[in-house]
Design a protein around this ligand. Structure first.
Ligand SMILES: Nc1ncnc2c1ncn2[C@@H]1O[C@H](COP(=O)(O)OP(=O)(O)OP(=O)(O)O)[C@@H](O)[C@H]1O
Ligand SMILES: [Mg+2]
Length: 276
């Protein structure tokens, strides 16, 4: 089926998710409406338990909504089979999990190569691509380390390398800077920023307000709803839809990072309920 190349990358309408049954039932997502265009870098904030991870899991096709519509590139995804979801995930989506989720019994290079297994790429090629990705993240010397031998920052860089190895057009990152200190956080953010500049759409959950300066749009959630939606002055990367999107494998390795001081972006906030 042909899809419209100018369609939003993601469109949600009245999305709901409930957990539990009977008296224990509670609504975690309570009617989320959201349109995300190609090339946006979205930061999602909000108090613990407001539904950020739940939303990201649904966006990443790891979970299903109970109600509402989810269109991915103009195509409704709810009715698709689990197998089709897995295919879409392996072709289009890179996921950085809140708790990293490296597979403990696999070494670093095997962890990074894992998403390519689901694409049916043969082992030698998988390891070559994973090695190249690790080089980009200055982790070549750690290829044969086990996850428990890495520092927090290295673990997170491996998790990001794994999320990007299949050249996803959408990167979902759940608190990618987790418990990292400020310097390590900004290095990770510079990596995500580079990926954004190469034409990819980034949706990142964070608790750290200073990291939202990297985003082109900041969304806050409260009690399973979108509470505010703010465009920043960071540009949305224009994506030429007549060309194939940029391939992260083909992209140049980012230069050694220098921490830039960033002026806080001026914002225009649209409170939910205000006229658009
Ligand atoms: N599998 C589940 N079964 C039952 N309840 C769940 C499940 N997953 C999440 N919840 C509940 O849904 C609510 C939202 O959880 P979610 O993980 O989306 O929050 P969050 O905004 O990501 O929080 P945090 O900032 O702490 O990561 C919480 O109250 C949580 O207890
Ligand atoms: Mg969470």
């Amino acid at each position: 089926m042909k899809t419209n190349p100018d369609a939003p990358v993601i469109a949600l309408r009245g999305l709901k998710k409930r957990y539990g049954i009977g008296d224990a039932e509670h609504t975690v997502l309570d009617g989320v409406d959201l349109v995300i265009e190609k090339g946006e870098f979205i930061a999602i904030m909000g108090p613990s338990g407001c539904g950020k991870t739940t939303l990201l899991n649904i966006l990443g096709l790891l979970d299903r909504a109970d109600d509402g519509d989810y269109f991915l590139a103009d195509r409704s995804v709810e009715s698709l089979s689990a197998r089709r979801h897995a295919n879409i995930r392996s072709e289009q989506i890179g996921f950085v999990f809140q708790n990293f989720n490296l597979v403990p019994r696999l070494n670093v290079i095997e962890n990074v190569a894992l998403p390519l297994t689901y694409k049916g790429i043969r082992k030698t090629k998988r390891l070559q691509l994973a090695s190249k990705m690790l080089q980009t993240f200055h982790l070549s010397e750690r290829e044969y380390y086990m996850p428990w031998q890495l520092s927090g920052g290295q673990t997170q860089r491996v998790a990001i390398a794994r999320a990007l190895v299949n050249s996803p057009s959408i990167v979902l990152a759940d608190e990618p800077t987790g418990n990292l200190d400020s310097k390590a956080s900004h290095v990770i953010m510079e990596e995500l920023s580079d990926i954004h500049k190469r034409g990819n759409t980034i949706i990142m959950v964070t608790h750290n307000p200073s990291l939202t300066t990297y985003a082109s749009r900041v969304i806050t959630m409260l009690d399973g709803k979108i509470d505010s939606d703010t465009k920043t002055l960071q540009p949305t990367v224009k994506v030429d839809t007549t060309k194939k999107r940029l391939d992260t494998h083909a992209a140049e390795a980012p230069k050694e990072k220098t921490l830039r001081s960033r002026r806080p972006a001026k914002r225009k906030t649209i409170k939910k309920g205000a006229s658009k």
